[in-house]
Design a protein around this ligand. Structure first.
Ligand code: GLN
Length: 490
């Protein structure tokens, strides 16, 4: 048997079922792994070790009694600190939420709990999920396990670093413009942004409500399908959650991709991307073709406007969502002579510079006289992106692209240049604007720098099954993710 910390959730579930391992043993191994590495990597904002061990003991007792809550009962996991967790500090990476202990669980947390997954803790992130490197966290830096001088990506960087370093087999992240897929790509993980409404947003601290979705970060495609299945489904507490049942994701995942039509985007010429990324992604297209897919060029002319549209729409929504942090209701407060002074001092001290930049951008874009020129225009671009994608899906079943134009960059390299940081998400942002599903799957190590590269597969809304099938076929044929080469040198 492999070392416990490198076992996948599927392998751990099998070992629990056969009795080869107990949840207690698994949890202890992951806690020890975290003890050894967390100081270097800076992944956790809050660990719930006692609780995880207690929950593991309960899971073991259930299994013994033949009452396992699910196939994965007893497989531990961790959450991005944006998910509301009852009785456990939740900050969304912001100082303004310091000391906030929520009175309820997010639906994602409640459903993971119902499946019996012990909670290891809460993971670092860019403040309110705004960023691509986790350097905007109000608390600490997180380092990339592949090279600790580099960023893990963001905003779900703590989740990515924890899974990539073997502290947990899986973690929940969130993706508003790329925050699951880009860190997955930079840390050689599988990361999924489901169709908008696939998973409930209830209890996710809102950044941009029309774009935010929860999704898994894992080391294999099957683990992502399994975790997503645990939490997906309609939730009456989120009016944007899609009604009805969700398609099965794990069942049939090994169905192959013979005859699948995959589009590559004409406008993504490789300009602005690392040559090593382009090389690996071209090889990935060839592999998909070898596996029986046909590759066709599709044109998505509006995609180049994705970043500017996103950086109007997301800040506009955040300026409104973040108005609730006023020093009265949650977390930190800085006193002042009256309520205006108290609120402005609390916000001035509680928010970091990127969050302030976004609130100002969004407030400006929504203000009278500018609304049509900025927010209204961005909404039109959003419609164009959605219709360009719909037209492409008349010809193809999936669209493939790099996930990120570059491999992991150095800590500090882009902190003074917001535009350079924003461009990290050039390939991922259009998917959130259109609401479709997408996955990032490891494509190997760049010949330029030996760092991970991710392949993005974009599916039609609610066509997660096809996306998982293609990602699975690619992963199995490449044979990289679960090999020694697919793990960081730790
Ligand atoms: N990097 C993008 C941003 O800063 C996306 C973040 C996200 O998906 N949460 O907004």
């Amino acid at each position: 048997m492999a070392e416990i910390h490198w076992m996948t959730a599927m392998e751990l579930a099998a070992a629990l079922e056969s009795g080869d391992l107990s949840s207690r043993e698994i949890t202890e191994a992951l806690v020890a792994r975290t003890d050894a590495l967390d100081e270097t990597l800076g992944t956790y904002l809050h660990r719930t070790t006692e609780r995880a061990l207690a929950e593991a003991g309960e899971a073991d007792a259930r299994r013994k009694a033949g009452e396992a809550k699910s196939r994965f009962d007893g497989v531990p996991l961790a959450y991005k600190d944006l998910f509301i967790t009852k009785g456990v500090p939740t900050t969304s990476g912001s100082k303004i939420l310091k000391g906030f202990v929520p009175p309820y669980d997010a639906t994602v947390v409640a459903r993971s709990h119902e499946a019996g997954l012990p909670m290891l803790g809460k993971l670092n992130m860019d403040e309110f999920a705004m960023g691509s490197s986790t350097e905007n966290s109000g608390y600490q830096l997180t380092r990339n396990p592949w090279d600790t001088e580099r960023v893990p990506g963001g905003s779900s960087g703590g989740s990515a670093a924890a899974v990539a370093s073997g502290m947990t087999p899986w973690a929940w992240g969130t993706d508003t413009g790329g925050s699951i897929r880009q860190p997955a790509s930079l840390c050689s993980l599988v990361g999924v942004k489901p169709t908008y409404g696939f998973v409930s947003r209830y209890g996710m601290i809102a950044f941009a409500s029309s774009l935010d979705q929860a999704g898994p970060l894992t080391r294999t495609v099957a683990d992502s399908a399994a975790l997503l299945e645990i939490a997906a489904g309609h939730d009456e507490m989120d009016s944007t959650s899609i009604p009805g049942d969700r398609p099965a994701l794990l069942d049939g995942i090994d169905g192959g991709i013979d005859g699948l039509r995959i589009g590559v985007v004409k406008e993504f010429s490789g300009a602005g991307s690392d040559p090593g990324v382009t090389t690996l992604i071209d090889q990935a297209y060839a592999r998909l073709e070898k596996l029986g897919a046909t590759i066709e060029e599709v044109s998505l002319p509006s995609f180049e406007h994705g970043i500017p549209a996103y950086y109007l729409i997301a800040p506009a929504e955040c300026s409104s969502n973040l108005a609730r942090f006023d020093g009265v209701r949650y977390g930190a407060r800085v006193e002042g002579d009256d309520i205006i002074r108290m609120t402005s001092r609390t916000r001035a001290q509680g928010f970091g510079p990127e969050v302030k930049r976004r609130i100002m951008l969004g407030t400006y874009a929504l203000s009278a006289g500018y609304y049509d020129a900025y927010y209204g225009k961005a909404q039109k671009v959003r419609t164009l992106i959605t219709s360009d994608l719909a037209a492409a899906y008349e010809k193809v079943d999936l669209i493939a692209s790099p996930t990120s134009p570059t491999t992991a960059f150095k800590l500090g390299e882009r902190t003074d240049d917001p535009m350079a940081m924003y461009l990290s998400d050039i390939f991922t942002v259009p998917v959130n604007l259109a609401g479709n599903a997408a996955i990032s799957v490891p494509a190997g190590l760049s010949p330029d720098d030996g760092l991970p590269v991710g392949l993005q597969l974009i599916a039609k809304s609610l066509d997660e099954p096809t996306m998982f099938k293609a990602a699975y076929a690619f992963e199995q044929d490449l044979g990289f993710a679960t090999s020694d080469k697919g793990r960081p040198p730790l």
